[in-house]
Design a protein around this ligand. Structure first.
Ligand code: ZN
Length: 499
């Protein structure tokens, strides 16, 4: 006997399979695909995207949802109906003509951005950005019930989050970061970043990345790691997680910390309850929660003092000459060096938040129409000077540095900083629950933390909205103080500053 709930599940499983096939094509495009395949790949992805959209937004899905709702028992059935209805209603509100135009403008914008960034020429990118913003404003008009137009965009990445809430969190974050960064700047020479630089052959780095990932939980029978120009993680189910990294032979931090970051994303997907696979609940719940996982492993564990001891032992084995006179303490200090800089993706843990706050403010102004787009470079540069004391030499290192706006991803940036906040809250809670955690990490053993995250966060997939998931684990809303406590607790001793 087939009831509406079973039928709904079957339909959603088919959609999840199509989705996974599309992700696999995307993974291949960025890791393996020969260059000449690009035009064919674009067609294949467009066709799959159209089929997916048609099958999902179909009236039949709405009828199945109506019929399944009364049959759904509380728990994962009810969550399945709730999440599917939310996705379905959001997808149906956007006319397919507008969705297609957004995708097209994003692709054109991306190509124009690559070129404009290369020539550091914002004016060349401006018409494409203008088009993306216009289309985003039309997208916003498809929705009602939001207080602020920007909230519509934010909600696509972080369900239920509002710009007022993010604004309040960021004001508190900024107030905490500015004095810390200023105090560190007075003692900038106290930390030598040179242990990360030198000559690191790719073979040795591959060995290092492999050792670290295996230690943290990477398994050969369910994971892969490959190279990509712009590293990312993806997954096609709990038993198929794909990480990527890239190697810089002069800088060991790139591949090592990039791989640990992507491991955090991959682990989240790998530990979702297999019963939720092949459906909308079987993946990470939001970008902010996802980023909390990658940043927790990369920064809190990977750049933490306990794990530094084990890591340093591996570095000494693999690069004996380079690390002969570099102590654990030297390494630990080097990987935590704080230095205001131009480029977000290269920023340290402390200054990173200011890069995000700048983008969040400018995005809000773009959507509210309170900044003229042609004046964006000046607005950017003025904030870089004000927040970080950094002079922007040109648009390539300034307003053009990030890919997001070129593809129409407006509203995305704040999730990176929310990830830092959520990560610190989870860390605080995990440490409370796991009294031996430091000793385990000092021995290079990530299993207790991995299991803790699996049972408290990962296994639920999208069962709870992100806000509710965080509250269930940490006992309160997203907060700034745990992150500031964590940062001050680590950085002040390194720089010899009073607590
Ligand atoms: Zn990430």
């Amino acid at each position: 006997m087939s009831d509406a709930l079973t039928e709904l599940r079957e339909r959603l499983a088919e959609i999840a399979d199509l989705n996974a096939a599309g992700s696999l094509l995307g993974w291949d495009q960025q890791t393996m695909m020969p260059e000449r395949a690009a035009p064919q790949r674009a067609e294949q992805l467009a066709t799959l995207g159209r089929l997916l959209h048609e099958r999902f937004t179909d009236d039949a899905v709405g009828r199945l949802l109506d019929a399944a709702e009364p049959l759904a028992s509380p728990g994962s059935d009810a969550a399945l109906v709730r999440v599917t209805r939310r996705d379905w209603e959001k997808a149906r509100r956007v006319p397919s003509e507008l969705a297609a135009e957004l995708a097209r403008a994003g692709a054109l914008g991306h190509a124009a951005w690559v070129d404009a960034r290369e020539r550091s020429d914002f004016a060349a990118f401006l018409p494409f950005l203008r088009r993306n913003v216009e289309l985003k404003l039309r997208y916003v008009e498809c929705f009602d019930g939001f207080d602020d137009p920007y909230d519509v965009l934010l909600d696509d990445y972080e369900e239920g989050m509002t710009s007022a809430e993010v604004g309040a969190l960021f004001a508190e974050l900024r107030a905490g970061l500015v004095p810390l960064i200023a105090a560190i700047a007075e003692r900038a020479d106290a930390v030598d970043g040179s242990p990360l630089h030198g000559e690191f052959p790719v073979e040795g780095q591959r060995d290092l990345v492999g050792r670290v990932l295996r230690q943290l939980g990477w398994r050969a029978d369910g994971w892969r790691i490959d190279e990509a120009a712009h590293p990312f993680a993806t997954s096609f189910g709990p038993g198929d997680v794909r990480l990527t990294t890239r190697y810089d032979t002069a800088y060991v931090g790139m591949a090592l910390y990039g791989a640990i970051h992507e491991f955090g994303h991959g682990l989240y997907e790998a530990q979702v309850d297999p019963a939720l696979a092949r459906g909308p609940l079987g993946e990470g719940v939001s970008l902010g929660v996802h980023e909390s996982q990658s940043r927790l492993w990369e920064n809190v564990v990977g750049r933490g003092r306990p794990f530094a001891g084990w890591l340093h032992g591996q570095l000494r084995e693999i690069f004996p000459e380079r690390f002969a006179s570099v102590s654990v303490e030297d390494w630990f200090r080097a990987v935590n060096k704080v230095e205001p800089s131009l480029i977000r993706v290269e920023a340290d843990e402390a200054t990173y938040g200011l890069h995000i706050i700048l983008r969040f403010e400018l995005e809000r102004a773009m959507i509210a129409g309170t900044v003229a787009l042609e004046e964006l470079p000046e607005a950017w540069n003025a904030r870089m000077q004000e927040y970080l004391g950094v002079e922007v030499p040109g648009d390539a290192e300034g307003v053009l540095q990030d890919v997001h706006w070129s593809g129409g991803d407006i509203g995305y940036f704040s999730t990176y900083a929310l990830g830092n906040l959520i990560g610190a809250q989870l860390w605080e809670r995990a440490r409370g629950d796991l009294p031996d955690l430091d000793a385990q990490l000092a021995a290079g053993d990530g299993s207790a933390l991995r299991e803790w995250l699996g049972s408290h966060v990962h296994r639920y997939g999208r069962t709870y909205p992100p806000r509710e998931l965080v509250e269930r684990v940490v006992g309160g809303p997203i907060a700034v103080q745990p992150f500031l406590d964590y940062l001050n607790g680590k950085l002040r001793p390194i720089y010899g500053l009073a607590a």
